[in-house]
Design a binder for this molecule. Structure first.
Ligand SMILES: Cc1ncc(COP(=O)(O)O)c(C=O)c1O
Length: 405
């Protein structure tokens, strides 16, 4: 596999004007948009302004993007439903299961975004046991999650990369264990899809919920849900609308009513509801074209190399990189701070706050989650961003020393 050359990175950066204005390292929050995305959405809005609406063409475009979503994760188009964000995808799966009192669900809440916690806690009212497993040194505790399953486990859920500290999960091992036990395996891919190579078949993923504002470098209010065909057909859609119904008629119009007896469309299409976010479809199409032109294997390799270089450099400067020396747990994110509450030395949280302010003042865009500084990269980042951040951190630490003396 060919890694990204400097020339390629420079060409990609040209498409992201934000990279001229600042050092953007906040993919964990959201991706900046490219000029390709801007042009696609502008064209769409202009068509709306000028009354050039061709709804059939919009539907064809939505199907083309569904195909691209499927190809991105090695799925079939029928296994992909349109959603508006990750939470909606997760909730579609949760609401589609015929939970029985005494069933259980397994997760590691300390590493999940709240949008992948509350829906499960809410099942307690129905007598479902929510098995909460503790993380291990900031990482997804694979053995413990597997051990927490039993014959009443209906579902196990994890994020493929945690939102903080941003370590990658061994999804494949969990997927195999779930498949062997007959439990559904639901993955929150908000922090990884578009950045890390994802193969739902090889990883034994039953369902994968994604939104497009992070790794897919497109807009808020747009996402997709993959559900393995056989699994989708066992789930009961909580909401039902025309686009999920099989109207067995060529050229059926969206307003056609097929009669009081109806069946759902095959696979995950049954979860589609009403009209799509067509502007979001345009944005996703432009961005997915860029991702496909590079390939997710190369993107993963590129961002991982950057994250390793950043992690090593920060450790050399004496900063507390969460998880220590970068190893296989690192994807596109490096967090600085102490994962375990109370482990921080007195004053270190203040130092990190001052470091954060210094970086912001110098035009570095990053985020703070749970008192940790989170740096996260995508394909528009290059070694120059890493070198700049390390130089700024070095400068800050030198000034801190002088201040303390
Ligand atoms: C792992 C993870 N899941 C979910 C979300 C947000 O979900 P949604 O797309 O529903 O807003 C985030 C956003 O930060 C996230 O990092």
């Amino acid at each position: 596999m060919k890694t990204l050359t400097q020339v390629e990175t420079a060409e990609i950066r040209q498409k992201f004007p934000v990279m001229k204005a600042c050092t953007y390292l906040d993919l964990g929050g959201r991706a900046p948009l490219s000029t390709d995305v801007l042009a696609a959405v502008t064209r769409h809005l202009d068509d709306c302004v000028q009354g050039r609406v061709d709804k059939d063409a919009w539907f064809r475009q939505a199907e083309a993007v569904r195909n691209r979503y499927a190809a991105l994760i090695n799925a079939q188009p029928d296994e992909v439903a349109y959603t508006k964000n990750t939470s909606e995808g997760l909730n579609i799966v949760c609401a589609g299961i015929d939970w029985q009192s005494g069933d259980n669900v397994v997760l590691c809440p300390e590493l999940e975004h709240p949008n992948n916690i509350y829906l499960w806690l809410n099942l307690r009212r129905r007598g479902v046991e929510v098995r909460l497993v503790k993380p291990r040194d900031g990482a997804m505790p694979i053995d413990e999650l597997i051990a927490a399953m039993d014959e009443r486990t209906r579902l196990l859920t994890v994020s493929s990369v945690s939102f903080i500290p941003g370590f990658r999960t061994d999804v494949e091992r969990l997927g195999r264990a779930c498949r062997a036990r007959g439990a559904l395996f639901l993955v929150d891919g908000a922090q990884s899809v578009g950045v890390l190579h994802t193969d739902v078949e090889a990883m034994c993923i039953d369902a994968l919920a994604v939104s497009t504002q992070k790794g897919l470098m497109a807009m808020y209010g747009m996402g997709f849900l993959y559900v393995r065909r056989a699994v989708a057909e066992q789930l009961d859609p909580a909401y039902v609308a025309r686009f999920g119904i099989d109207i067995s008629k060529a050229d059926a119009h969206e307003s056609d009513f097929g009669g009081t007896e109806f069946s759902f469309l095959p696979g995950a299409r049954r979860f589609d509801l009403g009209n799509y976010n067509f502007a979001g479809v345009c944005a996703a199409e432009a961005s997915l074209a860029l991702i496909a032109s590079i390939g997710t294997k190369r993107i993963e390799e590129h961002v991982t190399a950057l994250a390793h270089a950043l992690g090593r450099g920060l450790i050399e400067l004496g900063l507390p990189v969460c998880g220590g020396a970068p190893g296989p747990h690192i994807a596109q994110t490096i967090s600085v701070g102490h994962y375990e509450a109370g482990a921080a030395s007195p004053g270190s949280a203040d130092t990190l706050r001052r470091l954060h302010r210094h970086l912001l003042e110098q035009g570095v865009k990053l985020s703070v989650r749970r008192d940790m500084l989170r740096f996260s990269m995508h394909v528009y980042n290059g070694m120059e961003d890493i070198d700049r951040v390390l130089a700024l951190c070095k400068d800050f630490l030198r000034r801190e020393k002088t201040r303390a003396a």
